[in-house]
Design a protein around this ligand. Structure first.
Ligand code: MG
Length: 255
Protein backbone atom coordinates (compact mmCIF):
# COMPACT_ATOMS: atom_id res chain seq x y z
CA UNK A 1 0.00 0.00 0.00
CA UNK A 2 1.25 3.49 -0.84
CA UNK A 3 1.04 5.77 2.15
CA UNK A 4 0.70 9.51 1.45
CA UNK A 5 1.57 11.84 4.31
CA UNK A 6 -0.21 15.06 5.23
CA UNK A 7 1.92 18.21 5.54
CA UNK A 8 1.67 17.82 9.34
CA UNK A 9 2.94 14.24 9.12
CA UNK A 10 5.85 15.33 6.93
CA UNK A 11 6.71 17.85 9.64
CA UNK A 12 6.58 15.02 12.18
CA UNK A 13 9.17 13.15 10.09
CA UNK A 14 11.69 16.00 10.32
CA UNK A 15 13.25 15.11 13.71
CA UNK A 16 14.15 11.60 12.49
CA UNK A 17 15.67 13.06 9.33
CA UNK A 18 17.64 15.61 11.34
CA UNK A 19 18.98 12.92 13.68
CA UNK A 20 20.06 10.78 10.73
CA UNK A 21 21.91 13.76 9.24
CA UNK A 22 23.56 14.53 12.59
CA UNK A 23 24.76 10.96 13.11
CA UNK A 24 26.10 10.64 9.54
CA UNK A 25 27.95 13.97 9.97
CA UNK A 26 29.49 12.64 13.18
CA UNK A 27 30.53 9.43 11.45
CA UNK A 28 32.15 11.43 8.63
CA UNK A 29 34.06 13.41 11.23
CA UNK A 30 35.25 10.38 13.19
CA UNK A 31 35.99 7.90 10.40
CA UNK A 32 39.78 7.92 10.12
CA UNK A 33 42.70 5.58 9.67
CA UNK A 34 42.81 3.18 12.63
CA UNK A 35 39.21 3.73 13.75
CA UNK A 36 37.32 0.47 14.25
CA UNK A 37 33.93 -0.08 12.61
CA UNK A 38 32.61 -1.28 15.97
CA UNK A 39 33.57 2.06 17.54
CA UNK A 40 31.65 3.96 14.85
CA UNK A 41 28.64 1.72 15.53
CA UNK A 42 28.95 2.31 19.29
CA UNK A 43 29.13 6.07 18.75
CA UNK A 44 25.96 6.01 16.63
CA UNK A 45 24.23 3.83 19.22
CA UNK A 46 25.09 6.33 21.95
CA UNK A 47 23.67 9.19 19.85
CA UNK A 48 20.45 7.21 19.30
CA UNK A 49 20.07 6.65 23.03
CA UNK A 50 20.84 10.29 23.85
CA UNK A 51 18.11 11.39 21.43
CA UNK A 52 15.56 8.93 22.80
CA UNK A 53 15.29 7.45 19.31
CA UNK A 54 15.06 3.85 18.12
CA UNK A 55 17.35 2.04 15.70
CA UNK A 56 15.63 0.59 12.64
CA UNK A 57 18.44 -1.92 12.17
CA UNK A 58 19.26 -3.59 15.46
CA UNK A 59 16.29 -5.95 15.47
CA UNK A 60 15.85 -5.96 11.70
CA UNK A 61 15.35 -9.55 10.57
CA UNK A 62 14.07 -9.86 6.99
CA UNK A 63 13.59 -13.20 5.28
CA UNK A 64 17.04 -12.95 3.67
CA UNK A 65 18.83 -12.27 6.98
CA UNK A 66 20.35 -15.12 8.95
CA UNK A 67 19.55 -13.46 12.30
CA UNK A 68 18.63 -9.98 13.59
CA UNK A 69 21.15 -7.40 12.33
CA UNK A 70 22.33 -6.54 15.86
CA UNK A 71 24.04 -3.23 14.99
CA UNK A 72 22.76 0.30 14.33
CA UNK A 73 24.90 1.21 11.28
CA UNK A 74 25.63 -0.46 7.99
CA UNK A 75 29.35 -0.04 7.35
CA UNK A 76 30.42 -1.23 3.90
CA UNK A 77 34.14 -1.04 3.13
CA UNK A 78 35.75 -1.18 -0.34
CA UNK A 79 34.20 -4.10 -2.30
CA UNK A 80 31.32 -4.14 0.21
CA UNK A 81 28.61 -1.76 -0.98
CA UNK A 82 25.38 -2.39 0.94
CA UNK A 83 24.25 -3.78 4.31
CA UNK A 84 27.81 -4.06 5.66
CA UNK A 85 27.65 -5.65 9.09
CA UNK A 86 29.99 -3.74 11.44
CA UNK A 87 32.78 -6.04 12.63
CA UNK A 88 36.16 -5.82 14.29
CA UNK A 89 38.03 -3.96 11.55
CA UNK A 90 40.23 -0.88 11.83
CA UNK A 91 39.92 1.44 8.84
CA UNK A 92 43.05 1.62 6.68
CA UNK A 93 44.48 4.43 4.56
CA UNK A 94 42.54 4.75 1.31
CA UNK A 95 39.53 2.70 2.40
CA UNK A 96 36.20 3.60 0.81
CA UNK A 97 33.55 3.51 3.54
CA UNK A 98 29.81 3.63 2.87
CA UNK A 99 27.55 4.16 5.87
CA UNK A 100 23.79 3.62 5.80
CA UNK A 101 21.74 4.64 8.83
CA UNK A 102 18.05 4.72 9.76
CA UNK A 103 16.28 5.64 12.97
CA UNK A 104 12.77 6.10 14.20
CA UNK A 105 11.85 9.18 16.25
CA UNK A 106 8.34 9.36 17.72
CA UNK A 107 7.30 6.61 15.34
CA UNK A 108 8.62 8.16 12.12
CA UNK A 109 11.66 6.95 10.19
CA UNK A 110 14.55 8.77 8.53
CA UNK A 111 16.98 6.88 6.28
CA UNK A 112 20.16 8.09 4.56
CA UNK A 113 23.57 6.92 3.42
CA UNK A 114 26.88 8.51 2.55
CA UNK A 115 30.25 7.34 1.24
CA UNK A 116 33.68 8.67 2.12
CA UNK A 117 37.35 7.98 1.65
CA UNK A 118 39.48 7.42 4.73
CA UNK A 119 42.94 8.96 4.53
CA UNK A 120 44.55 9.31 1.11
CA UNK A 121 41.97 9.52 -1.68
CA UNK A 122 42.20 7.60 -4.92
CA UNK A 123 40.88 9.44 -7.98
CA UNK A 124 38.75 6.52 -9.18
CA UNK A 125 37.12 6.22 -5.75
CA UNK A 126 36.36 9.94 -5.71
CA UNK A 127 34.80 9.61 -9.16
CA UNK A 128 32.66 6.66 -8.02
CA UNK A 129 31.41 8.45 -4.90
CA UNK A 130 30.82 11.61 -6.94
CA UNK A 131 28.70 9.65 -9.41
CA UNK A 132 26.37 8.40 -6.66
CA UNK A 133 26.09 11.93 -5.26
CA UNK A 134 25.39 13.40 -8.69
CA UNK A 135 22.80 10.68 -9.36
CA UNK A 136 21.10 11.37 -6.03
CA UNK A 137 20.94 15.09 -6.78
CA UNK A 138 19.62 14.45 -10.30
CA UNK A 139 16.98 12.12 -8.89
CA UNK A 140 15.87 14.62 -6.24
CA UNK A 141 15.50 17.31 -8.91
CA UNK A 142 12.94 15.22 -10.80
CA UNK A 143 11.11 14.09 -7.62
CA UNK A 144 8.30 16.54 -8.33
CA UNK A 145 4.55 16.28 -8.63
CA UNK A 146 3.61 15.41 -12.21
CA UNK A 147 6.61 13.15 -12.75
CA UNK A 148 6.66 9.40 -12.20
CA UNK A 149 8.86 6.91 -10.36
CA UNK A 150 10.43 6.06 -13.72
CA UNK A 151 11.71 9.63 -14.05
CA UNK A 152 13.68 9.17 -10.82
CA UNK A 153 14.98 5.78 -11.99
CA UNK A 154 15.95 7.14 -15.40
CA UNK A 155 17.78 10.11 -13.86
CA UNK A 156 19.90 7.76 -11.73
CA UNK A 157 20.54 5.38 -14.61
CA UNK A 158 21.63 8.22 -16.89
CA UNK A 159 24.27 9.43 -14.44
CA UNK A 160 25.59 5.89 -14.04
CA UNK A 161 25.75 5.45 -17.81
CA UNK A 162 27.52 8.79 -18.26
CA UNK A 163 30.20 7.59 -15.88
CA UNK A 164 30.45 4.14 -17.45
CA UNK A 165 28.98 2.29 -14.47
CA UNK A 166 26.42 -0.50 -14.80
CA UNK A 167 23.43 -0.50 -12.46
CA UNK A 168 22.26 -3.38 -10.31
CA UNK A 169 18.52 -3.04 -9.68
CA UNK A 170 18.12 -5.80 -7.07
CA UNK A 171 18.20 -3.18 -4.30
CA UNK A 172 16.97 0.37 -4.64
CA UNK A 173 14.92 3.09 -3.04
CA UNK A 174 11.65 2.62 -1.20
CA UNK A 175 8.79 4.29 0.57
CA UNK A 176 9.57 5.56 4.09
CA UNK A 177 7.16 6.39 6.88
CA UNK A 178 6.28 4.62 10.08
CA UNK A 179 8.41 1.73 8.88
CA UNK A 180 11.75 1.80 7.12
CA UNK A 181 10.71 -0.02 3.96
CA UNK A 182 7.42 0.47 2.18
CA UNK A 183 6.02 0.79 -1.29
CA UNK A 184 6.81 2.00 -3.83
CA UNK A 185 10.09 0.40 -4.88
CA UNK A 186 12.32 3.02 -6.54
CA UNK A 187 14.66 1.20 -8.94
CA UNK A 188 18.04 2.76 -9.71
CA UNK A 189 17.46 2.42 -13.43
CA UNK A 190 14.37 2.52 -15.60
CA UNK A 191 12.38 4.37 -18.20
CA UNK A 192 11.22 7.95 -17.88
CA UNK A 193 7.47 8.64 -17.88
CA UNK A 194 6.73 5.12 -16.59
CA UNK A 195 5.60 3.89 -13.21
CA UNK A 196 3.59 5.41 -10.42
CA UNK A 197 2.82 9.12 -10.59
CA UNK A 198 4.53 11.17 -7.87
CA UNK A 199 1.89 12.66 -5.61
CA UNK A 200 2.10 15.25 -2.84
CA UNK A 201 2.79 13.45 0.44
CA UNK A 202 4.80 10.60 -1.03
CA UNK A 203 7.97 10.11 1.02
CA UNK A 204 10.69 7.95 -0.45
CA UNK A 205 14.29 7.01 0.16
CA UNK A 206 16.29 7.57 -3.02
CA UNK A 207 19.53 5.61 -2.93
CA UNK A 208 21.85 5.24 -5.92
CA UNK A 209 24.68 2.78 -5.35
CA UNK A 210 27.20 1.86 -8.01
CA UNK A 211 30.17 -0.45 -8.29
CA UNK A 212 33.20 0.50 -10.34
CA UNK A 213 33.48 -2.63 -12.45
CA UNK A 214 30.32 -4.71 -12.39
CA UNK A 215 26.59 -4.85 -11.73
CA UNK A 216 26.83 -8.25 -10.04
CA UNK A 217 26.89 -8.87 -6.32
CA UNK A 218 27.17 -11.66 -3.77
CA UNK A 219 26.43 -11.94 -0.08
CA UNK A 220 29.34 -12.29 2.32
CA UNK A 221 29.38 -15.36 4.61
CA UNK A 222 28.29 -13.01 7.44
CA UNK A 223 24.82 -13.29 5.88
CA UNK A 224 24.37 -9.53 5.39
CA UNK A 225 27.20 -7.69 3.68
CA UNK A 226 26.67 -7.26 -0.07
CA UNK A 227 29.90 -7.25 -2.09
CA UNK A 228 30.75 -6.64 -5.73
CA UNK A 229 31.24 -9.86 -7.70
CA UNK A 230 34.55 -8.68 -9.18
CA UNK A 231 36.05 -7.15 -6.04
CA UNK A 232 35.75 -3.62 -7.39
CA UNK A 233 34.73 -0.87 -5.01
CA UNK A 234 31.20 0.37 -4.39
CA UNK A 235 29.66 3.64 -3.22
CA UNK A 236 26.20 4.62 -1.98
CA UNK A 237 24.37 7.92 -1.42
CA UNK A 238 20.87 8.18 0.00
CA UNK A 239 18.36 10.73 1.26
CA UNK A 240 14.79 10.54 2.51
CA UNK A 241 12.78 12.89 0.30
CA UNK A 242 9.22 14.19 0.69
CA UNK A 243 7.36 15.12 -2.47
CA UNK A 244 5.32 18.28 -1.88
CA UNK A 245 3.41 20.80 -4.02
CA UNK A 246 6.37 23.15 -3.45
CA UNK A 247 8.93 20.63 -4.67
CA UNK A 248 11.09 17.95 -3.09
CA UNK A 249 12.02 18.34 0.57
CA UNK A 250 15.16 16.49 1.66
CA UNK A 251 14.32 15.40 5.20
CA UNK A 252 17.81 14.02 5.87
CA UNK A 253 19.68 17.08 4.55
CA UNK A 254 22.84 18.11 6.38
CA UNK A 255 22.61 21.67 7.70
MG1 MG B 1 19.22 3.47 4.01
Amino acid sequence: MIELKTPAEIDQMRPAGRLVAKVLAAIREHAAVGVNLLDLDAMAHQMIRAAGAESCYIEYHPSFGASPFGKVLCTSVNDAVLHGLPHDYALADGDLLSVDFAVSVDGWVGDAATSMIVGTPDHEDERLIGATETALQAAIEVAVVGNRIGDISAAIGAVAANHGYKVNTQFGGHGVGRSMHGEPHVPNDGRARRGMPLRPGLVIAIEPWFMAGTDEIYTDPDGWTIRSADGSRGAHSEHTVAITPDGPVVLTARD
